[in-house]
Design a protein around this ligand. Sequence first.
Ligand SMILES: [Fe+2]
Ligand SMILES: [Fe+2]
Length: 193
Amino acid sequence: MNQIKLQQTKIKVKQVLNPNRYEHTLGVMYTAGALAMRYHEDMYHALFAGLLHDCAKAFPESACFTLCNSFCIPITEVERKNPGLLHAKLGACLAQKEYGISDAYVLDAIACHTTGRPNMTLLDKILYVADYMEPNRCEAPNLGEIRRLAFEDIDECLYAILESTVAYLKQKDAVIDPMTEETYLYYKKELNK
Ligand SMILES: [Fe+2]
Ligand SMILES: [Fe+2]
């Protein structure tokens, strides 16, 4: 059942995403699957979270605002200025309504995959890490270390990603979503950094 649904969902996602985004999506899906094996997470939860995490990227930013309004998804001030952030919450909503995912554990992981959140579930962490380090990624300077850490200690890996993301955004003078900062500070304290 899960295998059939996964294949059907793959076909549907391939139809709506551009080829590069679809390649990235497959990379995240299989990386999340590998991390699920390593950390004894449910394999299908990880595969579906990876496959659907960027499903809202099928829409231009203007359409994301309209869709968020029609689904009554609240939009924060930061999201209004950075519409790219919206695809996480909207993606969780579409995963439920358009792709028939009913498991809140999977939907929540999709909803927080751009910013993280304090006290993340194992699946949240797996998706967040997989999104950053899947094999098609090449832009981050510390990818080698991140990929090594991911299979050694997922909390340390998560923290390393949050730290370099916050440092990168600050150096660029870009707006940081308060949730990213909150997540970073939460894990800094949690891991005694
Ligand atoms: Fe994303
Ligand atoms: Fe992504």
